[in-house]
Design a binder for this molecule. Structure first.
Ligand SMILES: Nc1nc2c(ncn2[C@@H]2O[C@H](COP(=O)(O)OP(=O)(O)OP(=O)(O)O)[C@@H](O)[C@H]2O)c(=O)[nH]1
Length: 380
């Protein structure tokens, strides 16, 4: 490897497996290394990019609204790589966080094909949600193929899976991952050296070529197949995202907590992933609520509004077989214009706020939220 070349690592994994959490861990624990991040959001509101520490700046860029694997040409990616790899940026390693529905081999191919002399492909890291692993594989057998081309697999959410079951999942993943290193983690807390120094650099990465990737190639011949082609007609009928739709919802009016909880508590099976931020207005004027749903798992994360931050609700909902217009109407119906909050309205939300002992370890720029109890109308 040319010393001047910056390794570019692809961070992939199914919806909600913990890619952004892991990227934030890397950013916080990078020591003297400077990480450039490219974040690819599936929805048109760039929630992942907003959740990345430091957010968008000279070292983090966002590529939103669709999977990078279906970019008609790779020029946008090249442009970002160029920007991050220029010597004046002082970047040591670049991490591309793929959307949760991206086809990793397409991203790897783009990197291998890049003519940018400053970068070199640095390996594929797949993040697996240990708690959802069986269900995800059942719905998407393609996941096995993704693990087969990985250089490092992080079996995340170990905290949600008891000992024996975790060992079983690790065993299955090891069987599928071939020669990749497999590590178990909670909240993406992996040894950072796995990324920057030791793995995923190694024989396997050195050998990965177009030929390796071709084995897992999909049939690109069926453009327009109504059961398979991507919305944008790229024809990648076997891509995970071909069966998924997303809804991006923004509201300037606050959300009424009881109505929103009624909607979330009865969300349809196919609505696998929800992420974003909610403004509950008078029910808790101090905090915005980060929200994450992954399968049946739901959590709210209160955090203080920044002083000049516009009070918006911004949500991305991703699912398969969902009725997008109906969901949008239901969300619109949750908006409230009432100046006073319902006294116990937040109870339903606070059930889903994580306990302190579930928290990932304190990160330098974590901003603790204050309980809404001090505000009129909000109680725990
Ligand atoms: N219990 C538990 N929750 C986790 C862990 N890692 C991440 N989470 C939570 O899982 C949810 C999704 O995490 P993200 O890091 O946003 O997942 P992602 O893979 O970036 O999601 P997409 O970009 O939508 O595919 C969040 O609520 C995280 O706090 C973990 O190890 N244990």
């Amino acid at each position: 490897m040319n010393k001047q070349q910056i390794p570019v690592i692809v961070l992939a994994g199914f919806l909600g497996s913990g890619k952004t959490t892991l990227l934030n861990h890397l950013l916080h624990r990078s020591g003297g290394s400077r990480i450039g991040a490219i974040v690819n959001d599936f929805g048109s509101i760039e929630i992942d990019a907003m959740s990345v520490a430091g957010q968008l700046g000279d070292s983090t860029v966002s590529l939103g609204n669709g999977c990078l694997c279906c970019a008609v040409d790779a020029s946008e990616l090249d442009e970002y790589l160029e920007r991050l790899a220029r010597p004046s940026a002082g970047i040591d390693v670049i991490v591309i966080e793929a959307s949760g529905l991206a086809e990793p081999q397409e991203l790897v191919k783009m990197l291998l094909a890049s003519e940018n002399p400053h970068i070199v492909y640095g390996g594929l890291v797949e993040v697996v949600d240990a708690a959802e692993f069986d269900a995800t594989r059942e719905r998407h057998p393609e996941v096995d193929r993704h693990l087969g081309i990985a250089d490092l697999v992080v079996v995340n959410k170990a905290d949600r899976v008891p000992g024996e079951e975790r060992e079983r999942v690790l065993g299955v993943v090891r069987g599928l991952a071939g020669r990749a290193a497999v590590v178990s983690a909670s909240f993406g807390r992996v040894d950072v050296e796995l990324f920057f120094d030791r793995a995923p650099v190694g024989e396997r990465v050195g050998q990965l070529s177009f030929d390796d990737l071709r084995e897992g190639d999909v049939d690109l011949g069926d453009v327009g197949d109504e059961n398979g082609a991507c919305e944008d007609g790229c024809g990648h009928r076997d891509h995970l995202h071909s069966a998924y739709e997303s809804l991006s919802f923004t509201s300037e009016a606050p959300m009424e907590p009881r109505s929103l909880m009624a909607l979330l508590d009865s969300r349809p099976e196919g609505l696998y992933r929800i992420k974003g931020y909610v403004d509950f207005g008078a029910a808790d004027p101090r905090n915005r609520y980060g929200v994450h749903a992954v399968g049946r798992f739901l959590r709210f994360y209160p955090e203080q509004w920044a002083p000049a931050e516009p009070r918006l609700t911004q949500l991305v909902l991703i699912g398969s077989g969902i009725d997008v217009p109906a969901l949008e109407k239901e969300l619109e119906a949750c908006r409230t214009y009432a100046p006073q909050a319902d006294e116990h309205g937040m109870w339903g939300v606070l059930r889903y706020v994580q306990e302190p002992d579930e928290e990932p370890d304190g990160q330098p720029d974590d901003q603790p939220a204050e309980a809404p109890g001090e505000e009129p109308g909000a109680e725990r």
